[in-house]
Design a binder for this molecule. Structure first.
Ligand SMILES: [Zn+2]
Length: 432
């Protein structure tokens, strides 16, 4: 079936969106954290309306919601699952998102790419071996002075292009699709303001991943330990037999952490403990430690280990009292998603049909999807073709954007096919 192309290509959309500053900011008490995010959110709402989407609205928290109604006959009874597609409008606080000047390196011939605005910024094949697979592609970088914002405007552009394609190709069958664009993902708080119930999807996908083909249905399970060492301060001139220096307690504890259980010594499926911030004073010292593991049992073991090391420190530092406070941060979404294996399977199949070699890779971090999954909206993550997020060397490519869009186009059709197969199976079973 020949497909009518979108009114605007995914690359042109992407280039338009990345020029809009949507950087989020840590430590603000409002959502969105920056006024600038409204600009893109309102623009997307307008564009969705123009493309015929229904129930389009921007919430008081800068979240965009829209519905693409099903075009499957007699789908009122919800034969085809209602799926959601999500991307975030904001870019990382790590680097300026203003004055992004995307540069297209057409028909890439291999070799390192020097960014024109700052020649010290070089995209090397050595550090980016995937470049070797991108010969002939059009590589999209910045001029070297800002981030690109492919994270996650690639996801936004792919979803918008899908909406465009579906509007122009009514013969492509799809169930009800809910579109959601969120604010403040990069500072980890926006998703709390996302209304899962109003969104109305049964399942969703965040389109916020990296390498082409990468589907993620697994994240860390995460806890935060705050370990406090209480001592006794006194004038050091008359401290003999009186002072208890909490700083020595803290130091003693840190040397006990196993070397092979740190972020700098682990990868793949191996979890870690990570002391990352602390306060040192004689009277009281404290350290914050991240605990990360894919398995709940592994996380429990790490918590038990920290408590045991804290007790050992207390024994070997007379007078120092040690307290361990543990806080749950988020959980591995696979604990839920493994009960919905079809979500990952459908995404893998969609990528395959788009001509991409798919694979699953656990995220050594959390995603918006991990929070949504535990709020009742099972939500794996799909690639966007982007690389080197949150830095000046961030890049994507024409093929990356096009294949992401194509994957989404196949994904919505696969849900229709499989719902049809289910229906036929029940009809046959009922007939016998
Ligand atoms: Zn992102």
């Amino acid at each position: 079936m020949p497909i009518t192309p979108p009114g605007e290509s995914v690359v042109d959309r992407f280039l338009r969106y990345v020029r809009i500053d949507t950087q989020s900011r840590e430590g603000e008490s409002t959502t969105p954290s920056t006024e600038t995010q409204w600009t893109l959110a309102r623009m997307l709402a307008e564009e969705l309306r123009a493309l015929g989407a229904e129930d389009v609205r921007v919430s008081e928290y800068c979240m965009v919601y829209a519905t693409i109604p099903s075009n499957v006959p007699n789908d009122d009874a919800g034969t085809v699952p209602v799926i959601g597609l999500l991307a975030h409008v904001d870019t990382s606080p790590a680097l300026s998102g203003a004055n992004v000047k995307p540069v297209i390196h057409r028909d890439y011939r291999g070799g390192d790419i020097v960014l024109p605005g700052d020649p010290s910024q070089v995209l090397t094949v050595e550090q980016n071996p995937l470049l070797a697979t991108m010969i002939g592609d059009d590589i999209i970088t910045t001029d070297g002075t800002t981030l690109l914002g492919s994270d996650d405007k690639a996801g936004v552009a792919a979803i918008m292009t899908l909406v465009d394609l579906l509007a122009r190709n009514p013969a492509i069958p799809h169930g009800t699709i809910k579109v959601g664009f969120t604010a403040d993902e990069e500072i980890g708080v926006g998703i709390e303001k996302f209304d899962v119930e109003a969104f109305g999807a049964q399942f969703a996908y965040t389109v916020d991943g990296g390498e082409l083909g990468e589907i993620s249905d697994e994240t860390w399970s995460a806890r935060l330990a705050t370990i406090t060492f209480a001592g006794k301060s006194t004038h050091p001139g008359t401290a003999k037999g009186v002072m208890v220096n909490a700083i020595h307690g803290l130091a003693n504890f840190l040397t006990r952490l196993p070397n092979d259980m740190l972020p700098e010594t682990t990868e793949g499926r191996v979890g870690f403990v990570h002391p990352y911030a602390g306060v040192m004073d004689v009277e009281e010292s404290s350290v914050k430690v991240l605990l990360r593991d894919f398995d709940l049992s592994g996380l429990e073991a790490k918590e038990a280990l920290l408590r045991r090391l804290a007790a050992e420190t207390e024994r070997s530092c007379p007078g120092v009292r040690v307290r361990v406070d543990m806080k749950e941060q988020y959980r591995n979404m696979n604990d839920v998603l493994r009960h919905h294996p079809e979500l990952t399977e459908n995404a893998l199949e969609a990528a395959r049909r788009a001509g991409v070699q798919p694979f699953t890779r656990p995220v050594r971090g959390g995603t918006d999807g991990s929070k949504l999954t535990f709020r009742g909206l099972p939500c794996p993550n799909i690639f966007t073709g982007g690389h080197n997020f949150h830095g000046k060397l961030e890049f994507n490519s024409r093929r990356g954007l096009e294949k992401t869009t194509e994957t989404l186009l196949h994904l919505v059709q696969i849900f229709v096919e499989r719902a049809g197969a289910r229906m036929r199976a029940t009809t046959t079973a009922g007939a016998t």
